[in-house]
Ligand binder design. Sequence first.
Ligand SMILES: [Fe+2]
Length: 543
Amino acid sequence: MRVLGINAVFHDPAAALVVDGRVVAAAEEERFSRRKHGKRPVPFSAWEQPVEAARWCLRQAGLTPGQVDLVGYSYDPSLVLPPEEMGIDDAWDHLRTTYAKEAPGFLADALPGLDRDKVRFVPHHVAHAASGGLAVSTAEPRSVLVCDGRGERASHLAGRYDGGRLDVLAGQRLPHSLGLMYEALTAHLGFLRSSDEYKVMALASYGKPRFLDQLRAAVRATDDGGFVTERIDWAELAPRRRSDEDWTGAHADLAASVQRRLEEVLLDLARWLHERTGDRILTMAGGTALNCVANTVLHREGPFEEVWVQPAAGDAGTALGAALHVAATEGEPLEPMPGADLGRGFTDQEIERALRTARLPYERPADLAEAVAEALADDGVVAWFQGRAEYGPRALGHRSLLAHPGRKANLERLNDVKGREQFRPVAPMVLLERAPEIFARGPIPSPYMLFVHDVAPQWQDRIPAVVHVDGTARVQTVDPAGEPLVASLLTAFERRTGLPVLVNTSLNTAGRPMVDDIKDVLECFGATPIDLLAIGPFVVRRP
Ligand SMILES: [Fe+2]
């Protein structure tokens, strides 16, 4: 059975394709349209479908739209309540419902041959839940916790997957929303709402949670597995920051306070859930699960032995979740997703043709890993374009910008290359077998960069570029079994430097999506001071 999944309503429009229970392709529309997050999350944009991503998913599987058996659409307009009942103050909110109802027609228009009657509406949080609970082995029951800004009428789901079936145990109705609270803080601190939340998380490391009492009064878990988020007068705690103003200690303290309170409430929600299920494993999805600091607290202090987070935890992941949910409902046996590299890839011939067209001097080294490791050991910045693109916001060694972790100046240098704020950290990738001696107090393996680890004291001076101000790092562990090329690069780099670690950040410039196709990476290479481009088996050196 061929099931297409679509996310379109809020932001991060995406498509995914599940064929005979196997995840064949998944990609975000932003990687095609080159517009970050695909669109702004306003009601007027809810009609836009991830058409390019959907077309590519079908092409990847050699299918036409007419050969799709079912479509899962990650929003169910029949669940929406009137705005006054949801406490949502947006005169245009009804447009989302209207456009979602018409989505089957929009999709059939955009993908000629697709039968509009094959579209199934999947509740938004059920789609998030499925992206966690059905994307991994379903052999063992597992609890699932979803938190985000909002779905149709809720902002949270707590439940349990057993035998591939979801049992919903709790759901918090709007307007209470941990995600919307964090988004409101993001806007107050001068960053872009429902886009820059990770900057708030980074800023929190610079502050003290001195407003925690006020936050505890306003935001708290309730006995029914849900929570309350009262309206917070942010300006009473720290002044509103304009985007062009410098941040102050008060801004960092406010970020630290909200971050800490978010962690506390998530812990309460996890404990409530564990009391009911007693499961060993917790899976998480929803935008809040991209908060790797909170994920780590849940892993360290929470009641579950293991925490698994969907790498595309934001709304993009609901495309995959909706497809998996529909497939499971139809009785398809599902295979675990093979990894996050579910997007576009290119053949060596396609790459070579593009290099020739661009008249770039390139070489094909006998050993790519050795050639790139040498450039990195010489302190070069490397654009690393290999295999299929990542699904989700993290670069995991397929569309990555790499550098030497031993030079502290490389943090500033990379933030300059990418046009990022200097308070933001860059992350390390590390050989899996070496990870435990360098990184502590976080889950290992950690293949998707969704947790932070403490950097061991004796390593902090050796890899200063990847150590955040609080002594932590957001680690990607690299298993040679799954990522042989990246692993051999790390090994070759270690042979030269003694460090089995590289700086790894996403391959893009400020405000742009990660590069996805060959043209994107050539444009990025042409416009930024990157020393070497490793694209497929070829390298291009900056003269
Ligand atoms: Fe969501």
